[in-house]
Design a protein around this ligand. Structure first.
Ligand code: PMP
Ligand code: GLN
Length: 407
């Protein structure tokens, strides 16, 4: 194999999805709902499949009806008029959008800053591009840092990570797995450094609609001087609870997006037409009722917030210490109070041993959060596990019963 295909053969999701399937554990691991998308999306898919042209190739950069719907929605969200033809690119999941951005802008030896915890795929993507990764962690402040907002960047540490070689920084807001939502002040610190060092800001905002307790998602692209250097990444999978559709989009200025369109045109050409047509129709419906109680995005957030509060209570009841997330659909919880020990001969991080043991022996699958940190910073979360709580209430109740049995 080529060098770029080696060194990252072990994939967290491949391993943990297989384990959950093999053990038939209740799966609060991989981040996805176990319920379906809104009915109008399914109906749109069925309807549009009847039309011949929707079963053929479409425009490479993005199906016209979809990029138009996306440009309309994000024009409203970002308070600027977007051009659907030049400012949008659609590809296979947020994964491909991230990959196109990294490969379009990073040369061998360039530096890319990853804010930790980072979604794990950023690291192999940077490596494939030949870039050097530089890590800056969110660090807990306060006694137990029992809330996602207690995890903060140290501005001095962040600044020290920037160098003349820095080409890009990736910030995941809302953050997976912490559920942290960055404040305007926190984003401004990042923005000022990006401008000073002429760095592209790749914002992974796939959980943009899932914010709780009246908090607000602030978009980096709306900060002064940041539209020109920001690529915003979104996902139909997260937006419509349809992770299997694997549709992602990148939003940004023409001078950046055109290079991602080039990467996309020459690696996959176009994303499936049917799915783009259906998502376009569904976005038209939801954009018309944005912010209203009957908007799917509003409803999903309300429902998921209730699940967040419930799982937090159960985790506390069984002796774990959760970090309450402001956003997203994951909850980290400290397992230290349970005092469970493993064979000292195993050199895997504690959270890997814990999650595998809990999946096998206790029937509840979760994800080890140290996978989202560089080796030097894994210790920050090594005693934690990540629960995904965007599940049917019956699934959650079954998982709670298992937890109550043993923890
Ligand atoms: N970014 C983050 C932070 C994620 O959690 C995920 C997982 N869905 C992705 C990107 C990838 O999204 P997609 O399924 O659209 O490729
Ligand atoms: N983003 C989801 C998670 O964090 C799923 C990732 C994946 O399946 N590759 O769990």
């Amino acid at each position: 194999p080529a060098k770029r295909a080696t060194g990252h053969g072990k994939n967290l999701w491949v391993e943990f999805v297989a384990l959950a399937m093999e053990t038939k554990a209740i799966n609060l691991g991989q981040g996805m709902p176990d319920f379906g998308p809104p009915q109008h999306l399914i109906d749109a898919l069925c309807d549009c499949s009847q039309e011949a042209k929707n079963n053929q190739y479409t425009r490479s950069q993005g199906h016209v009806r979809l990029v138009t719907a996306l440009a309309n929605m994000y024009s409203r969200l970002m308070g600027r008029q977007l051009n659907p033809m030049t400012d949008v690119v659609v590809s296979m999941g947020a994964y491909s959008i991230l990959s196109h951005a990294i490969n379009a802008f990073l040369e061998e030896g360039d530096e890319i800053i990853l804010v930790e915890p980072f979604f794990d795929c950023y690291q192999p993507m940077a490596k494939i591009a030949g870039a050097k990764t530089v890590f800056v962690p969110l660090r807990p402040q306060g006694q137990y840092a029992g809330h996602s907002k207690d995890w903060v960047l140290d501005p001095g540490e962040l600044e020290a990570a920037f160098s003349p070689k820095t080409k890009m920084i990736i910030v995941n807001n809302p953050n997976n797995p912490l559920g942290k939502l960055f404040t305007t002040e926190e984003l401004t610190v990042v923005a000022e450094l990006c401008k000073r060092y002429d760095v592209i800001c790749l914002m992974d905002e796939v959980y943009e609609w899932l914010t709780y307790s009246g908090t607000k998602h602030v978009r980096m692209a709306t900060l002064p001087g940041m539209w020109e250097r920001t690529i915003t990444v979104g996902s139909a999978g997260k937006t419509f609870s349809a992770t299997g559709w694997k549709m992602g989009w990148g939003i940004g200025p023409e001078h950046l997006v055109k290079h991602m369109q080039t990467m996309h045109a020459n690696t996959g050409y176009c994303y499936p037409t049917l799915l783009q047509e259906a998502v376009a129709r569904a976005l038209e419906v939801e954009t018309a009722r944005l912010g209203q109680p009957d908007c799917y995005f509003t409803q999903l957030a309300v429902d998921t917030e209730r699940k967040r509060d419930e799982i937090a209570e159960v985790l506390r009841e069984v002796g774990l210490e959760p970090i309450i997330p402001d956003s997203g659909y994951f909850m980290m919880a400290d397992t230290t109070p349970l005092g469970i020990k493993f064979d000292s001969g195993n050199d895997e991080p504690y959270d890997f041993q814990f999650t595998k043991w809990m999946t096998r022996e206790k029937g509840v699958a979760t994800i080890p959060p140290s996978a989202f940190f560089s080796p030097a910073n894994k210790h920050l979360v090594e005693k934690f596990v990540r629960f995904c709580f965007i599940k049917d209430d019956a699934t959650l109740q079954a998982a709670y019963a298992k937890l109550r049995e043993w923890a």
